[in-house]
Design a protein around this ligand. Structure first.
Ligand code: ADP
Length: 363
């Protein structure tokens, strides 16, 4: 039957393993040969032991693990045509004409480019006698289905990306732990969370943890933010609250584009209010640990849908990205979503925040 390969690329996130598992099991169930490609595009370029056939048992006991068991990497080689030529040869030799890519917008862009070039790559491989005409004829069309793994929830077209919910669990656990000690000592804590262009983690964490203040990239604070912040903290204390929690997304700025850092916020709270103030930077803890039930199920559903999409693809079917729409796994045109995501990044860089939020849509 059909050869399907699954790989994870770019930054890792919790729930990628559930997606890998679903691709393998659904593929085998439908009679396909399924392969792992290890270490992302690097494994595809290098071939050899990096591309191995998967079986039913090889994805047992991975659904509960964070990260990605098949490895992920950034790969400069795949950005060059020579790298993509080797990758194409490695796929053709194994009869792999279906790719499931789990990654961010960079990884999906690479997959799309690979598909656009596929025919010319095979022609070049024939011309240089690396594959036969018969091998080309058997592997004429390359089909692509993508899924987005990212803790930031920064991809257009899907309500949630794989890993976001787990990252929120990590953040909430950390804040809950901090709150108990802050309460004892009547302290103020400033928590820095991830999200360079996207304040989703910060906003949802703030709502769920009863934070007093949140700084996010999409809604830069006024130049006189210090007064507002102090007023709010004092108001909470005078109402009887023993502690304050302030959340700062790593990409937060003021309206003039000056970064708002945890250190700056701390200085204000100490200098103006003389509160006992500490900073906690969560960092990579947010990417780690076991995936939540939501991310496991999300990965399962998206993985199964990705295989269905590949099985139903005809020669001219465009690449799709599997997205969550409400409670439904749906297929959307891959490059449309990538382009919109990149337009959001551009709007954020140009500080056109309303446009960015409008482009991003529901997520
Ligand atoms: P993410 O997928 O998380 O956005 P990157 O942007 O680092 O992460 O992309 C991951 C990998 O995808 C890169 O290391 C590279 O191998 C491949 N890639 C990204 N952009 C392209 C591109 N324009 N052309 C070819 N390959 C690309």
């Amino acid at each position: 039957g059909h050869g399907i390969a699954v790989f994870t690329s770019g930054g890792d996130s919790q729930g990628m393993n559930a997606a890998v598992r679903a691709v393998v099991r659904m593929g085998i169930y439908l009679g396909c040969k399924v392969y792992f490609i290890k270490e992302g595009y690097q494994g595809m370029v290098d071939g050899g032991e990096n591309i191995v056939e998967a079986n039913w048992a090889s994805v047992s006991s991975i659904i509960h693990r964070g990260g990605t068991v098949i490895g992920s990497a950034r790969c400069m080689d795949f950005k060059e045509r020579a790298g993509r030529l080797s990758a194409a040869e490695n796929l053709v030799k194994r009869g792999i004409t279906n790719l499931v890519v789990i990654g961010g917008d960079g990884s999906l862009t690479g997959a799309n480019l690979f598909r656009v070039e596929w025919t010319s790559l095979l022609d070049e491989l024939i011309a240089t006698k690396r594959i036969t005409a018969e091998e080309r004829d058997k592997n004429k069309a390359l089909h692509i289905a993508g899924m987005v793994g990212s803790i930031d929830n920064d991809f257009c077209g899907t309500d949630m990306t794989i890993g976001t919910d787990s990252a929120l669990h990590r953040i909430i656990e950390a804040i809950d732990a901090i709150v108990s000690t802050a309460y004892s000592h009547q302290r103020t804590f400033i928590m820095e969370v991830m999200g360079r262009h996207c304040g989703y983690l910060a906003v949802v964490a703030a709502l769920a943890s009863e934070a007093d203040y949140v700084f996010i990239p999409e809604d830069p604070v006024k130049i006189d933010w210090k007064d507002q912040l102090c007023k709010k903290l004092l108001q909470e204390r005078s109402a009887g609250q023993r502690l304050n929690i302030i959340i700062v997304a790593e990409g937060a700025t003021d309206r003039e584009g000056n970064p708002i850092t945890a250190e700056m916020v701390k200085k204000v709270v100490v200098d103006e209010l003389n509160q006992d103030t500490r900073i906690t930077v969560l960092g990579h803890v947010q990417r780690g640990g076991n995936p939540s039930a939501f991310d496991r199920v999300l990965g399962c559903r998206m993985g199964a849908e990705a295989v269905m999409a590949l099985m139903e693809a005809t020669d001219d079917t465009e690449p799709c990205v599997v997205s969550l729409d409400g409670n439904q796994a749906v297929r959307l045109p891959l490059m449309e979503c990538v382009n919109r995501t990149q337009a959001v990044a551009k709007a954020m860089a140009e500080r056109k925040f309303e446009l960015a939020v409008e482009l991003r849509g529901r997520s």
